[in-house]
Design a protein around this ligand. Structure first.
Ligand code: TXA
Ligand code: MG
Length: 320
């Protein structure tokens, strides 16, 4: 199958209405979209991404007024958060209504709803008139695409169209918050931070219960390059890098944390395609969006590297 990058949103809307899947731009990362009300179309997403069927996909809607069509018992705190952060990078996990096919939610009785803040996606939703199910447009477990060209690298040959919306302005996935219990709980760290959420709706659950959750964003290994990625405490010198045949994932060059997030996946992908055999990085400042960036680095990594008397010691290899 030949995959074409297009700017023709009317064409893409028609394809989606016909039950096809198309990669589409959002402000976070590119998504692989399908009509969320068409179970057969959503099944094609799982197939194309080789995503396990137990991982539910997010449903994207145009505005908050649509939430009540797809979710029940929406707490006031959702409205309060949506007033501040939506459209934007927040996904609300709510009790689902029956109109959402089981395949979207992987059989769970909850649904993730998000209002994307990207003009091209918003325009597409208006043309479609139905909500769009869209997980990130990467092969399962791999690095999410943040440009149309990267989406082509991930899914080229598997889908017919990629709708071009330029580079994603956020660069990492939405914050996923569950409202199924009181207090609400962050299931996946993202662009909107815990501090911002707590400032808006008060205290939410602590993150120590996360392991029990079935979210691919919470699998230990995710967002991963094909090469081993090692996390170092300090930046290694050139000599050690060359001895290890490693390249250094230099995030500091992007300046502030927001700009690091915008460039994170692209930079990881570049080094994955570079000549070295190993990628080494250091974590970023663990505050604000830095927490989500470090979470991605941790899940992308397969081990740690430290330096004892100048010699590298590698530990915690997940795939040793
Ligand atoms: O920024 C984003 O959220 C991007 C763009 C395309 O919108 N989408 C995205 O989708 O990251 P995906 O499928 O790669 O990640 C969605 C996350 C997963 O961790 C999934 O398990 C979780 O949200 N999720 C979706 N529906 C859920 C549900 N009903 N219950 C619990 N977790 C859910
Ligand atoms: Mg994903």
């Amino acid at each position: 199958m030949n995959t074409v990058i297009t700017s023709d949103s009317a064409l893409v809307a028609a394809e989606l209405a016909a039950g096809k899947i198309v990669a589409v731009p959002t402000e976070t990362v590119y998504g692989l979209g399908a009509n969320a009300l068409d179970g057969n179309a959503v099944a094609r997403i799982y197939e194309a991404k080789e995503r396990p069927r137990f991982n539910p996909v997010i449903v994207h809607v145009k505005s908050f007024s649509e939430f009540e069509k797809y979710a029940e018992e929406i707490p006031q705190s959702v409205k309060t958060l949506a007033d501040r952060f939506s459209p934007g990078p927040v996904t609300y996990i709510l009790k689902k209504k029956n109109v959402i096919p089981d395949i979207v939610t992987a059989g769970n009785d909850s649904v993730g709803l998000r209002i994307p803040d990207h003009p091209v996606f918003q325009d597409l939703l208006a043309q479609c008139g139905f909500p769009l199910a869209a997980p990130s447009a990467n092969m399962f477990g791999r690095i999410s695409p943040t440009t149309a060209e990267e989406a082509l690298k991930e899914l080229g040959g598997r889908i017919e169209y990629i709708l071009d919306g330029g580079r994603c302005s956020v660069g990492i996935e939405s914050t996923v918050i569950s409202f199924l219990n009181e207090p609400p709980e962050i299931l996946r760290k993202g662009a909107v931070t815990r501090e911002q959420i707590e400032e808006t709706i008060g205290a939410i659950a602590s993150d120590d219960k996360r392991d029990r959750l079935l979210s691919p964003g919470l699998l230990d290994s995710h967002y991963a390059p094909r090469k081993p990625l090692l996390i170092a405490d300090d930046m290694p010198g050139d000599k050690i890098l060359s001895e290890l045949n490693a390249c250094f994932l230099d995030l500091a060059k992007f300046g502030d944390l927001r700009n690091i997030a915008v460039n994170l996946f692209t930079e990881m992908r570049k080094l994955d395609e570079a000549g070295c055999g190993v990628i080494v990085c250091t974590k970023v400042e663990n505050s604000g969006i830095g927490e989500a960036i470090n979470d991605k680095l941790q899940r992308a990594s397969c081990g740690k590297i430290s330096f004892v008397n100048g010699s590298p010691v590698i530990t915690n290899l997940k795939y040793a």
